[in-house]
Design a protein around this ligand. Structure first.
Ligand SMILES: CC(C)(COP(=O)(O)OP(=O)(O)OC[C@H]1O[C@@H](n2cnc3c(N)ncnc32)[C@H](O)[C@@H]1OP(=O)(O)O)[C@@H](O)C(=O)NCCC(=O)NCCS
Length: 187
């Protein structure tokens, strides 16, 4: 059975270089900036335009949203905002949830995303007691696929031509980690 307290009481999770903290209004500005970046929009399939006011309200609401976790990724030393990640679509019956993550523009390729994903998986399995955490990633997002593999997600299959971006169709890869087999792999 899932531990709902671990979802509803928003945690702080501390790693070597990053920490995950409850997303709040203080993160709204850099969060919103990231939604404007064309490359981030392509990699995350974001089509919608967001206003800063909308993002501010959304960030402020996160602490009171039951049954999901929206966390900011911060630099452990400086507290700088690095990005955000979430555990969503929690299914109590199957003890599964979906995962998403986006670093701010210019911060990819430094290991932050892999560390943050590992921290969240550890929390999801050890504290929330989920059995399965799954995600979808576009076939062209090779950096994300590699980072997810390093974090312990396993490629399960692909949905053919499931995504269309600027007139081209792409496969969507399905990846997941299971509590029984997941270990935070060595770097
Ligand atoms: C996806 C994301 C979370 C990954 O986090 P990250 O901190 O950039 O990833 P890391 O630096 O830990 O690891 C990236 C890995 O991809 C590899 N990589 C980078 N570009 C690559 C490419 N074109 N092909 C194959 N591998 C690639 C790197 O070499 C590294 O692997 P290595 O450590 O074995 O050398 C982050 O890049 C991000 O948020 N990107 C923007 C939004 C996004 O894509 N979100 C995911 C949507 S599903």
């Amino acid at each position: 059975m899932i531990n709902d307290h671990a979802l509803n009481d928003k945690p702080t999770v501390i790693g070597e270089r990053v920490r995950l903290v409850p997303l709040g209004p203080q993160h709204a500005e850099p969060f919103w900036q990231a939604t404007l970046d064309p490359e981030n929009r392509r990699l995350t399939g974001t089509r919608r335009e967001f206003t800063l006011d909308f993002v501010r309200d959304w960030c402020a609401d996160r602490a009171t949203q039951p049954g999901r976790l929206d966390l900011a990724i911060e630099d452990r030393t400086t507290g700088d905002y690095l990005g955000e990640l979430a555990l969503i679509d929690v299914d109590h019956d199957s003890e599964s949830a979906a995962f998403r993550i986006a670093l701010s523009p210019g911060l990819a390729g430094r290991g932050y995303g892999t560390e943050a994903a590992r921290l969240l998986l550890g929390y999801a399995f050890d504290q929330v007691r989920l059995h399965r955490v799954q995600l979808e990633v576009y076939s062209f997002n090779l950096r994300a696929i590699r980072a997810y593999q390093k974090a312990g997600f396993v490629l399960e299959g692909h949905l053919r031509d499931a995504h269309m971006w600027e007139g081209r169709r792409y496969d969507v890869f399905c990846m997941a980690a299971l509590r029984g087999e997941w270990r935070a792999p060595a770097q």
